[in-house]
Design a protein around this ligand. Structure first.
Ligand SMILES: [Zn+2]
Length: 251
């Protein structure tokens, strides 16, 4: 019962040395779901699951540090030793335009046949790979971005994707057992860019939502993980951890 979450990538913006960009593997007895697959995350995914062993992929938004390893994953599945079904894909609007944009015109249609692209209706639960998943729009500048609430067997994980502080972040994280929240910046940075969070703000959202554990992710590679933890702990009394590739959490 329950499920397991494994960190495939925790770097924000670009993959730091020996690290990968955003990616999370959710595993239950029925299936395997990947949430975000940024640069470098596929190599870590394949340490745990074969390319034909996935039941779904959910992308928060179409920035390369969250989706670009979809090309490698689909290539592996298309040329696998036996035929593999199209991969169910939850993604924000315009995902297919972004996914096909670097491909040659003649191969776009065939590439997209390896995916079963499903629209996301905000606030409406969808089943994928044995999980229930609800998406709400994030506040990530002008780009469509989603905050996911993923549940099974009474256990709940909220994954922020990239976002600024917003009501949807707290709503999606409300009472979650695990809150995987972006903390792109620490107090080493005086002014942050819009559409991302300071680690202390991730802590504030965690406190307001009353989550169990806060897992900080998407830290900019040049910033200090210790500082991120310290900042988040200044605003959240619960358990705070820093995501690292290979870390697994059982729920
Ligand atoms: Zn990002």
């Amino acid at each position: 019962m329950g499920f397991k979450v494994t960190v495939l990538g925790s770097s924000g913006g670009y993959p730091g040395a020996g690290r990968a960009c955003s990616g999370y593997l959710f595993q239950n007895a029925e299936g395997n779901l990947v949430v975000d697959l940024g640069s470098g995350a596929l190599a870590n995914l394949l340490e745990h699951v074969r390319p034909d062993g996935l039941g779904g992929l959910a992308l928060t938004h179409m920035h390369y540090d969250h989706y670009v390893d979809i090309y490698g994953l689909c290539t592996a599945r298309r040329f696998w030793e036996k035929e593999v079904d199209p991969l169910p894909l939850l993604a924000p609007p315009h995902a297919s335009e972004v996914i096909t944009s670097p491909l040659q015109a003649g191969s776009r249609e065939e590439f997209m046949r390896s995916l079963d692209l499903r629209g996301v209706r905000p606030g409406v639960p969808q089943g994928i790979a044995g999980f229930d998943i609800v998406a709400l729009p994030a506040a990530h500048g002008a780009i469509d971005s989603l905050i996911y609430r993923i549940s099974r067997d009474g256990k709940v994980v909220c994954y922020s994707g990239d976002t600024d502080l917003c009501a949807a972040l707290v709503e999606q994280a409300r009472g979650a057992d695990l809150f995987i929240c972006e903390a792109t910046f620490t107090s080493q940075v005086r002014n942050r860019m819009q559409g991302h969070l300071f680690a202390a703000e991730a802590g504030e959202a965690a406190a307001e939502a009353g989550v169990g554990t806060l897992l900080l992710t998407h830290l900019w590679p040049t910033l200090s993980g210790d500082r991120a933890l310290e900042d988040a702990r200044s605003s959240f009394d619960g358990k705070v951890e820093l995501a690292a590739e290979g870390m697994a959490i059982e729920l």
